[in-house]
Design a protein around this ligand. Sequence first.
Ligand code: 5RP
Length: 237
Amino acid sequence: MDSQTQMKQVVADVAIKEVKSDMILGLGSGSTAALMIKSLADQIRLGKLQNIKGVATSFQSEVLALELDIPLIDLASVSQIDLAIDGADEVDPGFQLIKGGGACHVREKLVASKADQLLIVVDETKLVQNLNQSFPLPVEVLPNAWKQVQEMILEMNGSASLRMATKKAGPVVTDQGNLILDVLFDDGIKNPKVMEMTINNIPGVLENGLFVDLADKVLVGKIENNTPVVYSPPRVS
Ligand code: 5RP
């Protein structure tokens, strides 16, 4: 197992300790969240966790939960989620996030917004001082609006590239049937709250990957003395 996967595995295992029986649990997306879902399935199989109902944030987490016999409940049929556990692409010192590296941020944000607690699980490569200095902000757009949104972002001094698929000709198509623009601003994103609203206000944009004031706790996996360990940094406001 490479060192990044070791960091992801340890943080996924520690995160499961925050789950209690009878919870409605938001199941995040991406490789770290997938390890967390597998760890959850182990705990259920061992009888250590009972009566868990998962709410999937993507087709990926839904398929994985079904394969692992984790009971699922539809987002529309729950009024509240006890805890959501999800990965992130960037985490700043104030726990503002960029998500959407797996193009799942629309449902991830819906689940996070309905959750009493959002626990973010990352390896330490995801910690940054300022958002969007290297990782592009994913923006989900209606298919026939991508060019128009791209032009609007250019006017805001940003670049926006249409995310292309790797095992399919043409663009990545999201779980909702939309497209993704990956957006980089020359100076990064200084004010995530304003940027989140500004981008979502562009006609044709469904949702962007800025998660502002949603994360309650962050668990970080790192390698110390050749051993994977987990810590929880304090939020800096
Ligand atoms: C998917 C996400 C993921 O949580 C994010 O991309 C992190 O993924 P990984 O754990 O594979 O690094 O936001 O839309």
